[in-house]
Write a protein that binds this ligand. Structure first.
Ligand code: HAM
Length: 419
């Protein structure tokens, strides 16, 4: 074969697309029911937005971005995630003046130069949302319940929710000192990235793909034990709201998330079915990001869900569905004139929203019947000279073999009742 899809990319084929469409439609419906509106952002942004927004000590920025110089000499990056672009758009389009919270959702492709694994692609899809302007834990609980409701509507069960708080810059300052003191005596034994992280951003060491599993990392001081009073109250507020709604969760002090913008609440929905990392959906609060990107200080919170991982989970839980049949009727023709009549009837049916097909390949009558059977088309009509003369045909229900006489000009009404 001359060409193949690039490593880490894949085609989404017609045989599976209905499950993608169902997920997309369900996500949009659930978001709308919470008052979220869809936003579509560009696929690429200036590189600096991600360096500043996502953070220049994160793996995403230092190792995984698709960055290139365009013909105008600008440094451009294919979005590795959606939050930074949505924040840029929020500021640029003056959404700061809208009534709060400003609730936005999206359905995007994202690009990360990662090692291919189950559930880990270089081009992947995310459903996500961002909410701006609400600082209290109500909105934290709201966005978590968006995911919960969405999973339920998708027929998914038992996807564990893990929550944590990683504090604000005030409590993190003190905590960073503790972390540095903890790691400094061992830093020579740690990977090169961790050595850089120690001074620049020690929190990132907790997220290291190389050293993350070691005792020295596992036994590090936990930010949740060093929160300031306000952050503690915020986290207690979130827990109380989740308890009231009835969403169960585990407090997981190890969640730090791989992106720098987070403050206070962070959360992940995890499952063993979706690959080694197991995270289907991750998100959290980012109260400093809008200001960091040049806007007026505005609290924000959001999440993104990997659609490939979501569908792996759906497959593992037996929640994928059979492809629907869009074409309801096949009109087989026995002569040239019947073929022209079939074309005409099909045109009228399609105008009325009824999917139908007739021969396009010059097949013999027998081959047309075979084709309709193979495609699983539920109704069949045969037009020959007799039918043309009488204006009446027999419509066959392929599931039970039964036939009914019907006038050619009322096939549409007949099928509309059946579909
Ligand atoms: P993230 O944790 O980097 O967060 O990605 C969110 C989800 O995208 C992951 O949980 C995973 O399901 C999926 N994902 C990430 N990388 C890949 C990959 N290489 N292949 C397949 N799926 C992947 C964010 O992107 C944040 N922007 C989420 C957020 C929104 N936080 C606040 N607002």
């Amino acid at each position: 074969m001359r060409y193949s899809a690039q490593k880490g990319t894949r085609d989404i084929l017609p045989s599976e697309i209905h499950n993608w469409q169902k997920a997309e439609k369900t996500f949009a419906e659930v978001c709308h029911s919470f008052g979220y509106e869809e936003i579509r952002i560009p696929t690429f942004e200036q590189t600096d937005l991600f360096q500043r927004g996502v953070g220049d000590t994160t793996d995403v920025v230092t190792k995984e971005m698709y960055t290139f110089e365009d013909k105008g000499g600008r440094s451009i990056t294919l979005r590795p995630e959606g939050t930074a672009g949505v924040v840029r758009s929020f500021i640029e389009n003056g959404m700061t003046s809208l009534a709060t919270p400003v609730r936005l959702f999206y359905n995007i492709t994202a690009f990360r130069y990662e090692k291919m694994q189950k559930g880990r692609m270089r081009e992947f899809h995310q459903f996500g949302l961002e909410s701006f302007g609400s600082a209290g834990p109500d909105i934290d609980a709201e966005i978590i319940s968006v995911v919960d409701v969405f999973f339920k509507k998708m027929g998914l069960k038992n996807i564990a929710l893990h929550i944590n708080s990683i504090g604000c810059p005030a409590c993190r300052g003190e905590y960073n000192k503790l972390l540095k003191d903890h790691f400094r005596p061992h830093i020579e034994t740690m990977c090169e990235d961790c050595r850089t992280r120690l001074e620049k951003n020690p929190l990132r060491i907790l997220d290291c793909k190389i050293d993350g599993g070691r005792d020295i990392v596992q036994n590090a001081p936990r930010l949740i034990d060093h929160l300031c009073e306000d952050c503690k109250a915020h986290f207690e507020g979130l827990k109380a709201r989740l308890d009231a709604i009835g969403i169960s969760y585990t407090i997981d002090p190890n969640i730090v998330r791989g992106l720098d913008y987070y403050t206070r609440t962070v959360f992940e929905f995890v499952s063993e079915n979706v690959g080694t990392q197991g995270t289907i959906c991750g998100g959290g609060r980012y109260d400093g990001l809008v200001e960091d990107c040049g806007g007026t200080a505005t609290p924000g919170i959001g999440f993104a869900m990997g659609v490939e991982r979501l569908l792996l989970e759906a497959e593992a839980q037996g929640a994928l569905t059979e492809a629907p049949s869009y074409v309801k009727l096949y009109i087989a023709s026995m002569s040239e004139q019947a073929k022209i009549e079939a074309l005409k009837i099909c045109y009228g049916l399609r105008l009325n929203g009824i999917g139908c097909e007739t021969d396009m390949a010059g097949r013999s009558f027998k081959a047309q019947m075979k084709y309709a059977g193979k495609k699983g088309i539920p109704y069949l009509v045969v037009i020959g000279d007799d039918e043309l003369a009488s204006g009446e045909v027999k419509i066959k229900n392929m599931a039970d073999g039964s036939e009914e006489p019907i006038k050619l000009d009322v096939i549409g009404e007949y099928l509309a009742d059946k579909i």
